[in-house]
Structure formats: structure tokens, C-alpha cells
Design a protein. Sequence first.
Length: 359
Amino acid sequence: MQMTMRWFGPGDPVRLEYIRQVPGVNGIVSSLHDVAVGTAWTTDGIEAHAERIDKAGLRFAVVESIPVHEDIKLGAPSRDRLIDAFAESVRVVGAAGVPVVCYNFMPVFDWMRTDLHLLRDDGSTALAFSQSALDDVDLSRGTGDLPGWATTYDATAMSELLHAWRSVNAERLWENLAYFLERVVPVAAACGVNLALHPDDPPWPIFGLPRIITSGPALQRVTSLHDDPANGITFCTGSLGSSAANDLPAMVRALEGRIHFTHSRNVLRTGAYDFEEVPHPGAFGDVDMFAVLAALHDIGFDGPMRPDHGRMIWGETGRAGYGLHDRALGAMYLQGLWEAIVRQQPVFQQQPLSPRRIP
Ligand code: DNO
């Protein structure tokens, strides 16, 4: 396992120099956030980004994300051109030596929360989701009502988009994903990149839009749509863990060889469709982090892991979920857990015996 942290680029208040001071973290998860969705990335763009990371003594380990254009998910006529652009970006990322690309296939909205600053009793704040608060959001006003939403749509754009989605149900979305994978996976495989599809967050339909990457069977279906190791998964414990139906360690074991990246985050389920984000250690929420990491160890996972969202603690301000302090605590907890798992293995499993070591 390689411990990494997400960095949002030169404007991120969490500087690369600070990330480097977190023990054990040497990989960076990042993206070219200023390139418009649907535009192919360039070698110059990715190399300049990688150079900044190298200069800080770190390594560009994962691209998260190359965003998938809405027309690809909708299966619109322009999708071939947009898939070509995505594939070109993957090629450029591979040429720059970054081995993993995370992406998602969620209609209209990426991850969704209804509260970015839920006050906890210790004075920290955390992200939370409540179905009843979501039901109160009025989309006829565009994305204006949504907390911290990155992509902004005005009322007209939102209504056009929702109209277009009326003819795409879950099965059609699966077909559109298959169409996309058929064209992109071979490119990724040829240039040494592993694709890692991020599950839908939360893992159930919102605003009447289909959401399909939500469960163990769905993840199996993704990997079998195009049976190539380059067609893999980002295993996000927080997204998948907000549904009580998901048995995370069993899902990990069933995905042997196909988990290329992990997001480790803990959630406390407060209702069937409600949850709060909590500190990373398993004791605080519903994700049995020890059991998940043990399963990852058992399947031989040796890829990048990042502590996912943290709370805002110690007076830190900035991008909700992505402060330095609580994510750094998460990185240390996860590494401690991993070390204990590795060291509790029988000695012969820790270090294969070589003839020279036999007295
Ligand atoms: C939230 C993140 C997601 C993730 C994308 C991957 O903090 O986990 O936004 O980056 O869904 O494409």
C-alpha cells in the first residue's frame, strides 16, 4: 500500500510542502482542474503539474479525476468525439508516467452532501447528507441551493439537463458505460494506465436520476463489462459504506486484482438514507476500517490509498473535507493499521524464506 494525499493544485491552501511533512505520505493525487470537461489534456499541461509535485519531493501517483462529459453518460451523438478526447487525456497521463486514473459515471452531480459544516460536539465540523434536506432542494433554481457545489448550472441549463436525462434510465446508463469502456480500456491498457471507477456517492439515486455504481454486484458488473485488469475500481469506503446493504470486506475480496486505488473514509449512518462523516478510525462510525484493510491486504493490494475527507479541526479553514490536519491524522491511523496487519501475519508470509536465511 502506498499512502497518498489529494492536492487541488497551486491554489490549494494545503501546500505540497505541508503534505510532504506527513510521515509516510509520498504520493500525490491530483488533476488538471483548469482544463474544461471534454477537452483533451496536453503533454505540457500534465508535465508542468508533475514537475511541481516532483520539485516538492513527492510523486504524482494518481489522476483524480479526468471528468467524463455529460454527453458520454447520456449517450448523446457527440459522445464519440468526447470519448476520443478522454482517451487522449489517458494517453498523455500514461506517457507522463502516472499509472492510475480515477473517474466517475454519476449523472449531473458528482458527490453530494446537504451540509458541509455539520457542527460536532467537539467543535469540529464535518460533511453530512440528509435525504429530507435534499428533498427540500429546489433544482428549478439551478445549482444555487446546493452547498459547495463545484459545477454551477443556471436554471435553464439545469432544466435542459434534467430533461435530457428523462430518456436515460439505469439500463441505458449501463449501456453507455459499456460503450465508453469498450473504447477507453484498450487505450489505457496499451499505455500502462489502470482506470479506477469511483462509486456513486451516496450510492442511491438522487433527484430521480439513475445511479448505478452502488453495490457489490454493480462493481462486479463493471469489471465484467470489459474484462481487462486495466478496467478497475476506486474502492471508496465512505461512498459504499453509507449504504447498510454493502458488506465492504466481502466486496474487496470479490474484486481481487481490480482495485487500483482506495479512498478510506468513515461514515456514521444516521438513517437509511442519512449519514455523517466521522473521524477515520473504525470506532467512530459504521465502516470497519480494520476489516476493510485486512481484506485489502489479503488480496495483495499494493496500490495508492488516500485518507478521504477529514473534518475541519484546530481552527483550520478552507475546502470542506480537504483540510490538512484531519486528513493527516487519517493517514497516520491508516498506516498504523496497515503496519499492524502486515506484522501480525505469520513470519513466513511477511518475508519469503530464501535459502540464505535458513541457518
Ligand atoms: C469527493 C471525491 C469525488 C471524487 C470523484 C471521482 O471528495 O471523492 O469528488 O473525486 O467522484 O471522480
